[in-house]
Write a new protein. Structure first.
Length: 123
């Protein structure tokens, strides 16, 4: 994201993943930390979390990637591998390894603190 995009408020949308191959390409081999959001359409907290994740994806573009997985459209093998039991489920990956997990709505400040701690630890 360039200077003008930041200046004029262009938003960065999370990448969408539906299958194991895309998950490996977008998450497991990523060179930057990845926040994975598993959501479902009928979930109120998921809808509330969506603009927060767009804000986080925009603010940390190039340093952190945000990936979303729609539970209704994802391969069952992917959801099983992620051990998703409720939505929203948020999983943080660093160098292909899960380093954190939370279930339920989280505000932008929670993501800021988590990212700061993770980037400082990796730094």
């Amino acid at each position: 994201m360039g200077f003008l995009d930041r200046l004029f408020g262009a938003k960065v949308a999370p990448s969408s993943v539906r299958d194991l191959d895309a998950f490996e390409a977008q998450v497991l081999v990523s060179e930057v930390p990845v926040i994975v959001d598993v959501w479902s359409g009928g979930c109120g907290p998921c809808r509330k979390l969506e603009p927060v994740l767009v804000e986080i994806a925009t603010r940390y573009a190039g340093r952190v990637k945000v990936v979303e997985i729609a539970a209704e459209d994802a391969e069952p093998e992917l959801l099983s591998m992620l051990d998703v039991r409720a939505t929203p489920t948020i999983v943080l990956y660093e160098r292909g390894e899960e380093v954190g997990r939370a279930t339920g709505y989280r505000p932008a400040e929670w993501f800021d603190q988590m990212i700061a701690a993770e980037l400082d630890a990796a730094g």
